[in-house]
Ligand binder design. Structure first.
Ligand SMILES: *Cc1c(COP(=O)(O)O)cnc(C)c1O
Length: 211
């Protein structure tokens, strides 16, 4: 590919929020293997209809602690963990069903007041605090950089996330692996891939504009 990356090293998360279950079924038939959802109730509705579909479900939206118990069976990866409180609740609910839940830490890489995510400078402490939780496994970092009309302007933020990941990886201990970098959407995925994304979250380019 253009960025000189091995195509197997970047996986596509097809973001189907606001889109009907039928479209998810079509996407799976067309070869999509990972579906991303942002809203708990909507995701659960689709899952009850499509639970037997051979896809992996990822949660990419803001997750409230009191909703964890409803989604713990559904998602193979939760991209948006940004507090110890949330991680502790995920650990508790995962333990109840004998699951080890894979998660990513969402970093507010642009330090924007309007965005979720933990600040870059607090990320290490959060990862270290999660390490002892036996039913949660940190697989990497996720970010939504500031929005720019020119996607190249997002590149420094993607790079900053990768450098943060590389720095954390030097010291983190198993089961933390930090191999994943979830970054890049319809408008900026090329820049994200060039900077090391392993998961790109694409909605509009696959399913069309959301209503
Ligand atoms: C909706 C959403 C996306 C997909 O955005 P598009 O611009 O439609 O590709 C990606 N990531 C997150 C966190 C989202 O909420």
């Amino acid at each position: 590919m253009a960025a000189g990356r091995d195509p197997d090293s970047v996986r596509l998360v097809a973001v189907s929020k606001t889109k009907p279950a039928a479209l998810v079924r079509e996407a799976a038939a067309a070869g999509i293997t990972i579906i991303g959802e942002s809203y708990v109730q909507e995701a659960l509705n689709k899952y009850s209809e499509l639970g037997n579909l051979a896809v992996s479900w990822h949660f990419i939206g803001h997750l409230q602690t009191n909703k964890v118990k409803y989604v713990i069976r559904m998602f193979d990866l939760i991209h948006s963990v940004d507090s110890l409180k949330l991680a502790v609740e995920i650990n508790k609910q995962a333990e109840k069903i004998n699951k080890i839940q894979d998660i990513l830490i969402q970093v507010n890489i642009g330090e924007e007041l309007s965005k979720s995510g933990i600040s870059s400078r607090d990320t290490r402490a959060l990862v270290e605090a999660i390490e002892p939780l036996t039913h949660v496994r940190v697989k990497g970092l996720m970010a939504l950089p500031p929005f720019f009309d020119d996607p190249e302007k997002a590149a420094p933020y993607f790079k900053a996330l990768r450098l943060l990941r590389d720095d954390l990886r030097k010291t983190c201990i198993a089961p933390v692996s930090l191999n994943e970098l979830s970054m890049g959407m319809t408008g900026d995925f090329e820049a994200a891939i060039a900077e090391g994304a392993t998961l790109v979250r694409i909605g509009t380019a696959l399913f069309g504009e959301r209503n």
